[in-house]
Design a protein around this ligand. Structure first.
Ligand code: G16
Length: 543
């Protein structure tokens, strides 16, 4: 077939470095940008096949999110805006690792296995972040799409969640919104304005928010957003990309892991601040108190605020809908305890990666899912959305008010994936409606002190985990060692897991004091180093 000749010709222009093996990880492929050209071309091919198979538009986002500037990566987006399915993640890995001369065979194997009709039309949406490598890498994706005769729409610079939104809009014939950047702002800002109308006593001071854009795409998009929200939200934008380096000592991942404010930002005592990550799919909030102490409100606190708000609205509306919160092993023990014991909501724990949380959240009428790192959103089942809609028409008084608030809450949320912009609008609206300060939000429960560290090992795949990553099943002796260390400290917990986005093993520890959490994290890091083939010198204590 002529199509396949084109693939062979084009593929030769995007050669694979011999022997390179990469895995479709927590959120796609991710490594140094110099190693990714062939991956991008091949993901263009794969997205085209996926589009033919599903008879729907597929998304390809070129980004390495929270990773350093010199890395890049690619995330595939399925028809409803969700992450691609595990089977296709497997195909992605096979195709990515096929040696140059085997690309056609690998492609044909997928076509055969999935019984793909090659005469079916294909449409692929493409987006990219602000990394300097993203320009040429997204061109490689376009080459892959056109080699198989697919149509493309290149959105250029967009956040990851904006691309997810576009894909869903396109495949639902506009029911979810208009598949343009303007349509995105119109939908979410309209819902935000409707919501904040219910906060008539909100002062100008309360409408102020400082945003750290991580020197990335989120900063560009906050600038665009601002013009839609002049009166309702006053944003001071820092780390807008004009001077600093992407994700360097700033952004949501830095703030969460270091438990410190970002550089490049003025953090005035008591003021509400937030940080986005490099592709604006994560957000964390924080403030400093009058004594200069830093207070972080991470994904767990965000999930708690949102689920409290939704529960109150459901009660006021008299709607009996099941609400659950989905977390990962990184969730602070205090948050899980508060959600289960005080709020009495169902709590589920899944493996790291929003694709796992998203899936679990779909099982409930309302599934609030957040990773502690600030990646998350809320899903409403079709039936739940219909009930809310019906109630806005059939009720009056307090019930109608609650139903309308629920309706606008549904509309301000990007249900396709975690979205820093949409999450920010939702949080700002909730705080305004409840007349709540960031300090009051923070006081909902007190986090247990925690610490996250990374350990370099020669092959991180030697670490295997079970029980939603809370237990290490290999290498032998590691779990026993962790268990013995945990028993030395009060209210302690620790686990380790191989990262899916960086070549490291991640270590998490929490305990009743910061000193204990730090010591436990360090001791567990040493155990990983010794039992899992550490490289580059033993981990050092923190203080
Ligand atoms: C990605 C995933 C997140 C995950 C994070 C860290 O985030 O989308 O769900 O929590 O990686 O993964 P790991 O610990 O495996 O490196 P992002 O924002 O970098 O795309």
């Amino acid at each position: 077939m002529a199509q396949f000749q084109d693939v062979s010709k084009q593929s030769a222009l995007h050669p694979k470095p011999a022997g390179l093996v990469l895995q479709y990880g927590t959120a796609g492929f991710r490594t140094n940008a110099k190693l990714l050209d062939h991956i991008m071309f091949r993901m263009g091919l794969l997205a085209t096949l996926r589009s033919k198979k599903t008879n729907a538009t597929i998304g390809v986002m070129v980004t390495a999110s929270h990773n350093p500037e010199e890395d890049n990566g690619v995330k595939l987006v399925d028809p409803m805006g969700e992450m691609v399915t595990p089977t296709w993640e497997g195909y992605a890995t096979q195709l990515a690792n096929a040696e140059q001369e085997d690309v056609l065979a690998a492609l044909k194997e997928i076509i055969e296995k999935e019984a793909i009709n090659m005469s079916q039309e294909a449409d692929v949406f493409i987006g990219k972040d602000t990394r300097s490598s993203s320009e040429s890498l997204s061109k490689a994706v376009l080459d892959g799409v056109s080699a198989l005769g697919g149509h493309n729409k290149d959105y250029g610079l967009v956040t990851t969640p904006q691309l997810h939104y576009m894909v869903r809009c396109q495949n639902t014939q506009g029911k979810y919104g208009e598949a343009t950047v303007e349509g995105y702002y119109t939908k979410f800002c309209h819902a935000f304005i409707q919501l904040t109308k219910n906060a008539s006593n909100c002062t100008d001071d309360q409408k102020h928010l400082s945003v750290d854009g991580a020197n990335g795409i989120g900063a560009l998009k906050v600038r665009e957003l601002e013009s839609h929200l002049k009166k309702e939200l006053h944003i001071s934008l820092f780390n807008d990309g004009s001077a600093g380096k992407l994700n360097h000592q700033c952004g949501a991942d830095f703030v969460k892991v270091q438990q410190n404010p970002p550089t490049g930002m003025t953090v005035n005592s008591g003021e509400r601040c937030c940080s986005f990550d490099g592709d604006a799919d994560r957000i964390v909030y924080y403030y400093t108190d009058s004594e200069g102490h830093f207070h972080l409100l991470d994904g767990d606190k965000i999930a708690t605020l949102i689920s409290t708000f939704l529960k109150e609205l459901l009660t006021q509306a008299g709607l009996d809908l099941e609400i659950a919160v989905v977390q990962t092993a990184y969730a602070n023990g205090s948050s899980t305890n508060y959600l289960e014991e005080t709020m009495k909501v169902i709590v589920r724990c899944t493996k790291t990666g929003v694709k796992h949380l998203h899936h679990a959240a779909q099982e409930f009428d309302i599934g609030v899912y957040f990773e502690a790192n600030g990646h998350g959103t809320v899903l409403f089942s079709e039936a739940a959305q219909e009930k809310v809609q019906q109630l806005t028409e059939d009720s009056s008084g307090e019930r109608k008010r609650a139903a309308l608030l629920l309706q606008n809450t549904i509309d301000v949320i990007n249900q396709t994936v975690g979205d820093a912009i949409s999450d920010m609008l939702l949080i700002e609206a909730i705080l305004a409606i409840k007349g709540m300060t960031i300090q009051q939000w923070d006081a909902m429960y007190e986090d247990l002190p925690s610490r996250q560290l990374k350990v370099k090992v020669s092959d991180r795949r030697v670490i295997d985990t079970a029980d939603a990553e809370r237990r290490a099943v290999s290498p032998a002796g590691l779990q026993e060692a962790i268990g013995a260390l945990v028993r030395k400290y009060g209210r302690a917990r620790s686990f380790v897991r191989p990262s899916g986005t960086e070549d490291v093993v991640r270590v998490y520890a929490e305990a009743d004091t910061q000193e204990s959490a730090d010591a436990l994290a360090h001791e567990v890091s040493l155990a990983v180093y010794r039992l899992a083939g550490g490289v580059g010198g033993e981990p050092k204590p923190l203080h």
